[in-house]
Ligand binder design. Structure first.
Ligand code: HEM
Length: 387
């Protein structure tokens, strides 16, 4: 690929991987919009990001030749598919899943019972996200290992920009979905109302049945959307609480503050690093000239900490305007899974605060940050006192 502008930074550099939050903060202040060979135009500022989100005509989501339902689509195609998926995240469905989430959290904590120090990222956050995704999709928990392994390989392939590996992983996921659909077909009789996969098999978009490939894409989108972000978010919440013992006590005593506290902690340390767009025409963006066809990366974690929008942006503060928090995006691609994510994170936070009278970082065993395209922590040792 020929570079279309001089390179401002290297997204794979050690200094970036060591502390992505600090690196993206620096890039936002130095450049606003920065060019790299790997990501082309990276957008770090809140105003520029919001402008892109609200203008799908100039900033298209069709960034890949592969079908990605609905995140890789533009209107009017996007509108029809979005209408299909939104009901799966309706309040009633999310509420119905809460007891299963609580059970998953309780089982995982029971497995850790009695440990005074534990590793939270792999022993609680990741299996919590994977098992709940299985519960949501009606998949057996025996898929936990396969799904965790698939996500880890997917992250490695994205970092390495390994197209062959990404294609192979796509095929592997399609084969998994085909297997699960065949199982449902073999049952013959009308599937239970709440079986997401079976219900997608019967759905129609623009009067046409949904193909197996489209179902695989929808479910893959949900799986990548859920597992990576929820696992990262649970780790981020735990690490923040471990560093703020006063807030552990306050949130335990005032559970009504928990929902807002979660959004503010995740504003400070976003669990989702980036999404992509492509410019459909030449655009002036953050002082740069992006040509038609220019690839754009939206850096959520940086926009969420932009001091032009958030006073004392690096400080935890309740009472901020929720409209400014782009944690779940904005515009037509705003996260449809947000109600599910909020419920899951609330369950996880509540379970940790109830199980442990206090939690702290372990002296001499610091958290290990996750590498792009993951956020949060690859390893999070915690010292806990059981309640
Ligand atoms: C803390 C957890 C989560 C965060 C921070 C998050 C964040 C986001 C953001 C910022 C977007 C907008 C992307 C863009 O504009 O390109 C998005 C889109 C999306 N998210 Fe989430 N998400 C989370 C959890 C989930 C969950 C649990 C699901 C489903 C199970 C999900 C499914 C999706 C889908 C399907 C889209 C694409 C929507 C479209 O293109 O219309 N997300 N998410």
């Amino acid at each position: 690929m020929t570079a279309i502008a001089p390179t401002d930074w290297d997204p794979r550099a050690d200094a970036v991987q060591r502390d992505q939050i600090a690196a993206y903060d620096r890039l936002r202040e130095q450049h606003g919009v920065a060019y790299s060979d790997m990501l082309q135009w990276s957008v770090f500022g809140h105003a520029e990001l919001r402008r892109i989100l609200l203008d799908p005509q100039r900033f298209s989501s069709a960034v890949s030749a592969h079908v990605a339902v609905p995140n890789g689509m533009d209107p009017p195609e996007h509108t029809a598919w979005r209408r299909l998926i939104e009901p799966y995240f309706a309040a009633q469905r999310v509420d119905a899943l809460r007891p299963a989430c609580e059970r998953v959290a309780a089982q995982l904590l029971q497995g850790l019972q009695g440990c005074a120090t534990l590793e939270l990222a792999q022993r609680f956050a990741l299996p919590f996200a994977v098992r709940i995704q299985c519960a949501f999709l009606g998949w057996p928990e025996t898929l936990e290992g396969e799904l965790s392994g698939w996500i880890a390989q997917h992250h490695r392939a994205v970092l390495a920009q390994d197209r062959a590996a990404l294609a192979a992983l796509g095929a592997q996921f399609e084969a998994l979905v085909a297997r699960l659909l065949a199982e449902r077909r073999a049952h013959g009789a009308a599937p239970p109302q709440d079986d997401v996969m079976a219900s997608l098999m019967q759905a129609r978009v623009d009067g046409q049945p949904v193909s197996e490939q489209a179902i695989a894409s929808i479910v893959r989108n949900w799986t990548v959307g859920e597992i990576g972000t929820i696992a990262a978010a649970v780790g981020i919440l735990a690490e923040w609480l471990a560093r703020h013992p006063g807030w552990q006590a306050r949130l335990r005593a005032e559970p009504a503050l928990q929902a807002e506290a979660i959004e503010e902690i995740l504003r400070l340390h976003g669990p989702l690093v980036a999404n992509r767009r492509v410019a459909t025409c030449p655009v002036h963006l953050g002082g740069r000239e992006v040509p038609a066809g220019g690839r754009i990366t939206l850096h959520w974690t940086s926009a969420l900490r932009d001091p032009r929008v958030f006073e004392e942006a690096g400080t935890f503060r309740l009472g901020r305007d929720p409209q400014d928090n782009l944690l779940y995006g904005a515009g037509i691609h705003v996260c449809p899974g947000a109600p599910l994510a909020r419920m899951e994170l609330h369950v996880a936070l509540h379970a940790m605060l109830a199980a442990w009278a206090d939690m702290a970082l372990v002296a001499g065993d610091a958290p290990v940050p996750a590498h792009y395209p993951a956020m949060g922590f690859a390893r999070l040792p915690l010292q806990v006192r059981w309640a």
